[in-house]
Design a protein around this ligand. Structure first.
Ligand code: XMP
Length: 509
């Protein structure tokens, strides 16, 4: 398989670069700049991309790399800091400009360049830099300029070295995808063999070979990643796979049944559902502190899960839905060079397996979804919005009780139904109902009521670090409110949360 290395110098767009490359059907792998030259030499890469980074190349503590990387005979594309790094490594000159160049900037290409093939002479790019290449290294020539930047791009075609001061990976760069495409196909000679159908075939046969006639156990959460991992494993080994689904009773209305129906009817596997709502309610009884609730739900979940796994017997493989971003080592300074594996479960000492299988560890989330659709997993599961691990436990403010779960599930289901039937859900990153534990006075017929308040929350966001409250049309909100107050007993008032993040968070707890 053709591979491109994205060498991470700590830039904020490193994953985006890899995703853009993969969107163009070439497999990209991210490694931190601390990786050895030997590893890179042996990696069989068709090309290397240096990412941006927050530093100045003249700062001793900045991430640098062995200049020998430029002489491996593998084409290199440097982006932003990566561009300055190439200049620095190859003996050019980098200076700090009196003012930063930031935002959408017009560039002009200069002369013929494979990198800019089919890119108009004038176009708009995204810039974000203060340092710039003031003197191109020997053997290089400038291939693009802006009004303020004498070297917006440079190259040494003979050595296969290319550098751009701007960010081709962000959509603000008009011809960014084209420029990356030129690097991959015209310069690195890739043919584009990263296609999801091939991935499924290749993975299924590799799984068959690895698993042999042993059994595999997978924890199914109802989320996208574990569901797609289950689909792949089922296709590979059928009933050698046992999926364990712990239903703590804190999922959305009908969600547990939907997960069970999907995996028992559409896939060949052993499906074990552990219903333990009452156990969780008992553990949560009297608990009101949000962090305490999170802790209890997390701890009890794994207790129940491992008890079930042990009951199923020893040996075979343990599978997880870990995806690529969970496995990437960061290039953000030595102190941060750690593996992030928040989606990886630590196996307890007393549970023995022959090995761990992570069939999605090469994939980004969007790719996982494509694989899921190709495997025939229903769209609502593949495109499921994020749902917190502690489930409705953090959407019921204060103590969690069976009655509160019922009210919240019913109200939330109506909100979801209306958003789905009108198609409005495609505008939203996440939306749900919250039960804040507030009662207020109302009137029904001739009676005064004193019932629950439901909060509707809906946000738009790309990354969930910041979020804006969604401008849902009033008529739609009115319909949801009417239905909730009419159909959910115990609710007499509905409000809409119009706070962005920050200062608020998406969830209420
Ligand atoms: P906040 O509330 O922090 O949420 O703005 C950002 C995103 O994270 C999800 N979230 C959680 N997910 N366990 C999870 O697995 C949690 O405890 C948790 N808290 C928040 C939230 O749903 C949103 O998508």
């Amino acid at each position: 398989m053709e591979k491109i290395l994205v060498l991470d110098f700590g830039g904020q767009y490193n994953q985006l670069i890899a995703r853009r490359v993969r969107d163009d059907h070439v497999y990209a792998e991210i490694l931190p700049y601390t990786v050895s030259l030997e590893t890179i030499k042996n990696g069989g890469y068709r090309g290397i991309i240096f990412t941006g980074g927050p530093n100045s190349v003249y700062d001793e503590s900045s991430p640098h790399y062995d200049p020998a990387i430029l002489s491996l005979g593998v084409p290199v594309l440097g982006i932003c800091y990566g561009c300055q790094l190439i200049a620095w490594m190859a003996g050019g000159e980098v200076k700090t400009a009196p003012v930063s160049e930031y935002g959408k900037i017009a560039i002009k290409t200069a002369g013929e360049s494979e990198l800019f093939a089919d890119v108009p002479e004038s176009s708009v790019v995204w810039m974000s830099h203060t340092d710039y290449v003031s003197g191109v290294p020997e053997g290089f020539r400038v291939t693009a300029v802006t009004d303020d930047c004498p070297c917006a791009a440079m190259e040494n075609e003979k050595r296969g070295l290319y550098a751009v001061q701007f960010h081709p990976e962000v959509t603000h760069t008009e011809y960014g995808q084209k420029i990356l495409h030129n690097f991959l196909y015209r310069i690195c000679g890739c043919s584009g063999d990263w296609v999801m159908d091939d991935f499924i075939e290749r993975t299924v046969s590799a799984l068959r070979e690895k698993i042999g006639d042993k059994r595999v156990v997978l924890g199914l959460s109802g989320g996208v990643d574990s569901s797609v991992a289950a689909g792949l494993l089922s296709r590979a080994v059928g009933r050698q796979l046992t999926c364990v689904f712990v239903d703590q009773g804190l999922m959305r209305k009908y969600e547990g049944d939907n997960v069970e129906r999907t995996f028992t009817q559409l896939f060949d596997m052993n499906f074990v559902r552990v219903n333990c709502r009452d156990h969780f309610l008992k553990c949560l009884s009297g608990v009101t502190d949000p962090e305490e609730k999170r802790k209890i739900i997390g701890t009890e979940f794994y207790k129940v899960f491992w008890a079930e796994i042990k009951r199923l017997g020893e040996g075979g493989f343990f599978a997880q839905g870990t995806i690529y971003p969970d496995c990437i080592e960061s290039g953000k300074g030595d102190a941060d060079v750690i593996k992030t594996h928040h989606n990886r479960v630590k196996l307890p000492d007393d549970v023995k397996f022959d090995g761990v299988i992570e069939p999605l560890s090469e994939l980004f989330k969007d790719e996982v979804r494509i694989v899921g659709e190709k495997l025939g997993i229903p769209r609502e599961l593949v495109w499921r919005q994020p749902f917190p691990g502690p489930g409705l436990g953090v959407r019921i403010i204060g103590e969690v009780t069976a009655e509160k779960i019922r009210i919240l599930q019913d109200a939330d289901a109506i909100f979801r139904e209306e958003m789905a039937s009108t198609g409005y859900e495609s505008n939203l990153a996440q939306f749900f109902a919250v039960l804040p534990g507030v009662r207020s006075v109302g009137v029904m017929g001739d009676h005064r009521t004193y019932e629950n308040l439901i909060v509707l929350r809906a946000v738009t966001t790309d990354d969930f670090m910041t979020a804006d409250w969604a401008r849902i049309p009033y008529d739609l909100l009115a319909r949801v409110s009417n239905r909730i107050t009419n159909e959910v007993s115990g609710v007499n008032r509905v409000v809409y949360d119009i706070t962005s993040k920050p200062p608020a968070t998406v969830e209420w707890e």
